[in-house]
Ligand binder design. Sequence first.
Ligand SMILES: [Zn+2]
Length: 199
Amino acid sequence: MIKRSGFTKLKIQQFEDWITTMTLARTVSVIQQHHTQSPDYGLFDGNNHFDLQQRMKNFHMHRNGWRDIGQHFTTFPDGSILTGGSLQRPPACIAGHNTNSICIEHLGNFDLGRDQMTDEHRETIIRMTAHLCSRFSLPVDTQSIVYHHWFDPDTGQRNDGAENHKSCPGTNFFGGNKVQDCMENFLPLVSALLPEYPV
Ligand SMILES: [Zn+2]
């Protein structure tokens, strides 16, 4: 566990130990999945986790005018996790849909034909999502685990990607960014780690 610039870098096992014991004064009912798009894998050199996180924070604060980095966590191609904004506060990740959310940004561009997710990254994303579901007693379904693509980026209205939308977390994120893709490809991987919360 390494701390720098207000961020903490964790391996997945350290994240699991921490999330199990930490206490939170707000209700969490939604785990948001995002990709950063930019920075993508090409900007990660294996050691610059903190630099990339600080650049995202600067962009969010100075360009977007937010009070902090938008996301609670960023995951990296090597499987490590950096903390972002305080879990005690809502994130700034999906307009109108942040209050009871935890927001995870996965570093990379997971649109079709772009970054090929590493095995370490896949494992961290699956284990992290499973542990968050377990910690907050959330069912493994498409109400508690959501993709940014399913929401109108301006209003926060859920349209499942039918109308105004972003591709986030990517048209090839675990085989696709649609609700059906999530149910067929992503949720079973999460659920497999949580026999008490079947899909
Ligand atoms: Zn997003």
